[in-house]
Ligand binder design. Structure first.
Ligand code: ATP
Length: 291
């Protein structure tokens, strides 16, 4: 095999809790992760030069060792002493620095692609163990589907698939630093923690309402306080028929969950007219796990 095409899917957090800060500086999290049908495309090709070449449609993205795809390829090239190089055409559709794990998902796809291209025979578990060295969300991106994520994100428990629903994604054109959000998160007795166990129960019962009524993200207060536009986008989603709406990850992307496609389309156009979100996508839950 000399070429391979992969799709790298975005995720949303149905629940995001932070339990505390560890001595090594990482935060201990408890999150419900869900893949959505919004993806980047990677075309990977073996080349005879010993180089990693990345071409992407977003001119502002790094194409050198600062790109997570580059890092993923380099890691397996080094470990296996591979002398052939790789060319990657990366078509980005997932908003960047958005809380949708776009870069992490690209890295996960690159690891899977390398495993197949060079027949490394690594199991999913082997790939996930290597993935966490590049980023806490990358093991989940290899797993995909509906999952509980604990530790710093590397302890994963696959869950029953979340019931299907339409997902409206809206990102305002602000850049949120994940570091800023975590640094400004104050956890005390007043903190309202998401009901992660309740979300898991609802997922097990295939109870979409039970999931949506419990959507909660402990990071929202920090990001919304700095960027009220996030709340305004959430309000627009709710006024236009979303079962519920939440910020994903550390933001600033907001997602709304809809049962009715027509309502979701109406909300999509209302957001366009309102002009507060610059990137808006109507997609749905994607549950097929990677083979
Ligand atoms: P997360 O939800 O894991 O916090 P995110 O959506 O906030 O992810 P990314 O889109 O993964 O953030 O990108 C964060 C930063 O990583 C960007 O500023 C970008 O320069 C860098 N980066 C490196 N490689 C990639 C890539 N392949 N795609 C997107 N960003 C990348």
């Amino acid at each position: 095999m000399n070429t391979i095409m992969l799709k790298a899917y975005a995720k949303i957090n149905l629940g995001l809790d932070v339990l505390g800060k560890r001595e090594d500086g990482y935060h201990e999290v408890r999150m419900i992760m869900q893949t959505i049908r919004l993806y980047d495309k990677l075309n990977m090709k073996k080349i005879n030069k010993d180089e990693i070449i990345i071409n992407t449609n977003l001119t502002y993205l790094p194409t050198n060792e600062n790109n997570l795809v580059y890092k993923a390829i380099q890691m397996l090239k080094d470990e296996y002493g591979l002398k052939q190089g790789v060319y990657v055409d990366l078509q980005k559709h997932i908003p960047v620095a958005a809380g949708l794990a776009g870069g992490s998902s690209d890295a996960a796809a690159a690891l899977i692609g390398m495993n197949r291209l060079f027949q490394l025979k690594l199991s999913k578990k082997d790939l996930m163990e290597r993935a966490v060295k590049l980023g806490a969300d990358i093991p989940y991106c290899i797993l995909g589907g509906t999952a509980l994520s604990e530790g710093i994100g590397e302890i994963l428990t696959p869950l029953e698939s979340m019931p299907s629903a339409y997902i409206l994604i809206a990102k305002p054109s602000i850049n949120v630093s994940t570091k800023y959000v975590y640094e400004n998160l104050k956890l005390d007795e007043k903190t309202i923690h998401p009901d992660i166990d309740g979300i898991m129960d609802a997922i097990n019962k295939k109870d979409l309402h039970g999931v949506t009524e419990r959507l909660s993200n402990v990071l929202e207060s920090v990001t919304i306080e700095k960027y009220p536009v996030i709340q305004e986008i959430k309000d627009t989603m709710m006024q236009n028929g979303a079962m519920n709406s939440l910020m994903s990850g550390s933001g600033p992307t907001v997602f709304g969950i809809f049962q009715d496609m027509n309502l979701a389309k109406k909300a999509f156009y209302q957001l366009k007219v309102q002009g507060k979100a610059k990137q808006i996508y109507l997609t749905d839950i994607f549950n097929r796990k990677r083979g």
